[in-house]
Design a protein around this ligand. Structure first.
Ligand code: NAD
Length: 252
């Protein structure tokens, strides 16, 4: 893909399924990846496994200090940041609407919405400080398009990032900064394994995946390929787009 070799890319949620796949894909295209996630050992392992020189940074994307820390660490090591995949996210608990607590709603919003806002704002501030333009991709979800009675906080958070996507794309366009998003469908990552109460677990996921037009679940690599494309110069005339990567699930 054009325009990725030699670039410096931040990937948040990089110790997870989709984030690790993106980190590997971008590195295989010649980018240097700054892998960001909560646990230091996990991000270090991801960074060390990459084919280009990478960096692992433990940071909480929902905190301003966390975003400042990973941007500073990236700039200290590589001198600049070009690309951002703002991907860290949590599913939240499965709860019928009357049982959904305000605290749980806030917890999901803090990571999935505030974290993306802070990441986008941080990216624009960094580009301004560097005097360069870069690209941003946000991980939305098929839940950015659909409602859910039992995962209301998660689906709401994934709708909210579309607002950030559109506003940031409008702000960034005249500056040469493109902002796009991917909307994965069913991808069997730790998010599924760790939260069977939320996702139905891998068995339920297989049943749901088999009813999509492509008759299978997605992989981290399926999503990573589209993220890399959107971050590359091959997508030079795309901005403000939410691209479904769901085997056709959203058209059914
Ligand atoms: P995952 O659980 O494997 O990865 C998510 C990663 O984000 C984890 O490593 C976690 O530690 C990290 N994270 C959580 N809170 C964080 C914080 N405050 N600061 C830094 N890192 C934090 O799940 P995944 O499936 O790879 O999810 C990646 C993204 O894809 C999420 O935004 C998720 O909502 C979205 N998504 C996933 C699916 C799917 O089917 N797996 C579908 C649609 C959207």
């Amino acid at each position: 893909m054009r325009g990725l070799a030699g670039k410096v890319a931040v990937v948040t949620g990089a110790a997870g399924g989709i984030g690790a796949a993106t980190a590997h894909r971008l590195a295989s295209e010649g980018a240097h990846v700054v892998a960001v996630d909560l646990d230091e050992e996990r991000v270090r392992k991801v960074a060390e496994s990459l084919p280009t020189e990478g960096l692992g940074v433990a940071a909480d994307v929902s905190a301003e200090e966390g975003v400042d820390a990973y941007l500073r660490a990236a700039a200290d090591r590589f001198g600049r940041v070009d690309l951002h995949h703002l991907n860290a996210g949590i599913p939240g608990s499965f709860a019928a609407l009357p049982e959904l607590t305000a605290a749980e709603f806030d917890r999901v919003m803090a990571v999935n919405v505030r974290g993306v806002f802070l990441g986008v704002r941080g990216a624009f501030r960094r580009y301004a400080a560097q005097g360069t333009a870069g690209n941003i991709v946000i991980t939305g979800s098929i839940g950015s398009l659909r409602g859910s009675a039992d995962l209301l906080a998660y689906q709401t958070s994934k709708h909210a990032v579309v607002g950030i996507l559109k506003g940031a794309a409008m702000y960034g366009g005249p500056l040469g900064v493109r902002v796009n998003a991917v909307a994965p469908g069913i991808v069997p990552t730790d998010l599924f394994a760790a939260t069977p109460d939320v996702t139905g677990g891998k068995d339920d996921m297989s049943v749901r995946a088999s009813s999509t037009p492509l008759r299978r679940a997605g992989t981290g690599d399926d999503v990573a390929g589209v993220v890399a494309f959107l971050l590359s110069d091959d997508a030079a005339y795309m901005t403000g787009e939410l691209v479904s990567v769901d085997g056709g699930a959203s058209i059914v």
